[in-house]
Design a protein around this ligand. Sequence first.
Ligand code: SF4
Length: 356
Amino acid sequence: MIKTSVLQRLLLAWYRRNRRDLPWRHTTDPYCIWVSEVMLQQTTVRTVQPYYQAFLERFPQLTDLAAAQEENVLAAWSGLGYYHRARNLHRGARHVAERHAGRFPKTLESALAIPGVGLYTASAVLSIAYHVPLPVVDGNVRRVLARLYALRGPHWKKDGPFYNRAEEILDRADPGDWNQALMELGATVCAPRRPACPVCPLHRSCRALALGIAETLPEGRASRAPLDVTIAAALVEQQGRLLLVRRGEGRLMGRFWEIPQTSLESAGLPDLVRELRERHGIEIVPGPLAVRARHAITFRRIRVEAYRARLVHQPAADPERLRWASADEISRLPVSSLTSKIVKGRQDAQRLLDLA
Ligand code: SF4
């Protein structure tokens, strides 16, 4: 087995030569690193970059985020998905502002007491910003370790053993760079399929490569089969503004605004009229199909059909739950990616009509 000191030297040298130039690597501010780590959960580096910069322009200091209205935080997050992350970050910022004078705490115990901060995020922020010797284990690290040491069998299906192994090989002199180096290797070289072993700095010591089993590791949890669903939506327009409804508290993307639509379990248009009447008190008559789009949320493959619709009568005014908004105004509200996609599809269709 490769000596840990040799492993550390090889990987850190590779990282310093090859790391991607990413905006959050230009700072040691724990708040900025925290924002980047939260955004990067379940989202690609490429997608995160513009959001990270725009978010920090809007909330440059932790105290700015703590003082912001939730609606404005969600609006800045719109399009990134997994909105519980934004809510947790916001709650966490308030906690740090109140209990730690706006500065991310320096101990694991205090970091884990921040709402929404788990072991991964706490360890990443503390090791990168403050050089606290804590390992991080994400999907990339897990894959590199599983291959490097050919870790197989039921024991290696749990997170704990990977955490222990990561701790054994942690570079305590430079834990921030070390953690980022392991993650970077997994993200750019030791890919899930067709790892680029010939250019890997660890290829001489990689047991999975020697055994010819690299692509079979890590042994994993079975992924869920995709589910096809159809959503019907109603484009109700008055004086250039679209009718939006607000999602209920506590639901996925709770309190977000959206184009009125059926639920994910819907069979499409037949459910639309009933759903709008029962859930929102809106009576509509559906018209022609205006927008077709596709969308994916976790394992669901969604086909969206948006119909022009007219109101049978004006719904009762309820600014907490109903509002009218132009496309421009919608772009500044907390809305789901699905709603943004429908609005864009409607604008594109309108442009084509104008050209015809
Ligand atoms: Fe991954 Fe290949 Fe490097 Fe092994 S040699 S760690 S499988 S990229």
